[in-house]
Design a protein around this ligand. Structure first.
Ligand code: FEO
Length: 391
């Protein structure tokens, strides 16, 4: 694929990875992804913003054919899916410097082997005049690593955001308006990558919406370019905000059926009380689907059978992920069946590690569920419904 034009002096480069189905040996990417880079030209200088995953560097070099000089490569984020081709780009353009945040300097050395002498740190708010076009760098730590920054192309009113506002979506559409899968893909991406950093992102949204940065396009380094920025900005406002929905998410595992029957009963009891419920069997669940549901959930119920005396390993994974992703639910509970002894509750709580979380009394039973189990689950459904009604 050749370079594609975003505006008079800015072009998309990159690679569409149609077949990638897993990221970081963890995150499912059912719709593939892309690694986007951008070429910005002024009258005096030409810069490349980000590169591509090293496995796709040939695509980038094909697109750089005819670009005789690069004055700088701007590395907004050091993770290798964006920076991995940097050493090859610097070999080809020996006069190009690397611009990145001060925090990124040692990370570029460590992750890519590029010597610090080649890297020029840029401060927050610093500008780079290309001649008739000006770039402004906005430090934005934790979207997604601590060294990240955004680049505002003032003349074009284009904001380059690397991971922020991105989506794992392989599409032939350059612009999001050409593919209505973008917003669901962006929500999945937010849930998997950005949700732990919601508080920082709210601050960046305030800055971007302060009036100082009129934006006509948001150009992330995954997925299509967002040509109606309000779509993604308002979605991020919702996703990073405190509001939750009347929704209970139940990650669960079941071995001989007892915990599964408890989940079925609780799901029915919640439904009868007009509480929406989404159970996820961790043996078969796409972790991205679970993460997406957590963006909106008001309550999470961990349904775990015991393996030996602790939670089933699939539920250890679920609890660890919920803790790591830091969704905004406020109520939690543990239910499940065990064989002879049980430390499920305390181990799951220690994995979730969330302050200000209300843990309802668990429903943990020895062996098969019985009449008292169904009654306890009905009481749990009442408690959850009451809290949702009061929210
Ligand atoms: Fe797409 Fe954090 O890299």
């Amino acid at each position: 694929m050749n370079r594609r034009r975003l505006g008079p002096n800015i072009e998309w480069l990159g690679s569409i990875d149609w077949n990638r189905r897993l990221f970081d040996a963890l995150i499912p990417t059912p719709h593939g992804t892309s690694y986007n880079a951008y070429l910005v030209r002024g009258q005096d200088k030409t810069v490349l913003v980000d590169t591509v995953d090293p496995a796709k560097k040939d695509d980038l070099f094909h697109q750089l054919a005819g670009v005789e000089r690069l004055d700088a490569v701007i590395i907004q984020h050091v993770e290798q899916d964006h920076s991995g081709a940097l050493p090859d780009v610097l070999d080809r353009y020996p006069d190009a410097s690397v611009l990145a945040t001060p925090k990124a300097v040692s990370m570029i050395e460590d992750h890519l082997g590029v010597p610090a002498e080649r890297i020029t740190p840029v401060e927050d708010g610093e500008t780079l005049d290309l001649g008739g076009e000006k770039l402004e760098f906005l430090h934005a730590p934790w979207v997604h690593w601590p060294e990240t920054m955004l680049t505002y192309v003032r003349g074009q009113r284009v904001l380059l955001t690397c991971d922020l506002f991105g989506s794992h979506l392989a599409t032939s559409s350059l612009f999001a308006s050409g593919d209505d899968r973008m917003l669901p893909a962006a929500k999945r991406y937010f849930a998997e990558i950005m949700m732990p950093f919601s508080s920082a992102i709210r601050g960046y949204l305030n800055r971007l919406e302060s009036g100082r940065y009129p934006i006509e396009m948001i150009a992330p380094s995954h997925g299509p370019v967002v040509d109606s920025p309000e779509t993604i900005l308002s979605a991020y406002r919702r996703w990073t905000g405190d509001d939750t929905q009347n929704l209970v998410v139940i990650p669960y595992a079941t071995m001989h059926g007892s915990t599964g029957r408890m989940v079925d009963h609780l799901a029915s009891a919640l439904t009868e009380r007009q509480v929406a419920v989404q159970p996820f069997d961790m043996a078969i669940t796409d972790l991205g689907d679970l993460a997406m549901s957590l963006v909106d959930a008001r309550t999470v119920v961990f349904a775990a059978p015991a393996v030996l005396v602790g939670p089933h390993p699939a539920m250890v994974t679920a609890a660890y992920l919920v803790g790591a992703l830091r969704p905004k639910f406020r109520v939690a509970c543990v239910i499940g069946s065990y064989g002879w002894a049980c430390q499920t509750q305390e181990r799951i709580e220690s994995l979730v590690k969330r302050p200000n979380l209300e843990w309802l009394s668990p429903v943990l039973i020895k062996g098969q569920p019985r009449k008292e189990t169904w009654e306890a689950l009905d009481r749990l459904a009442d408690e959850i419904a009451d809290r949702h009604a009061a929210a």
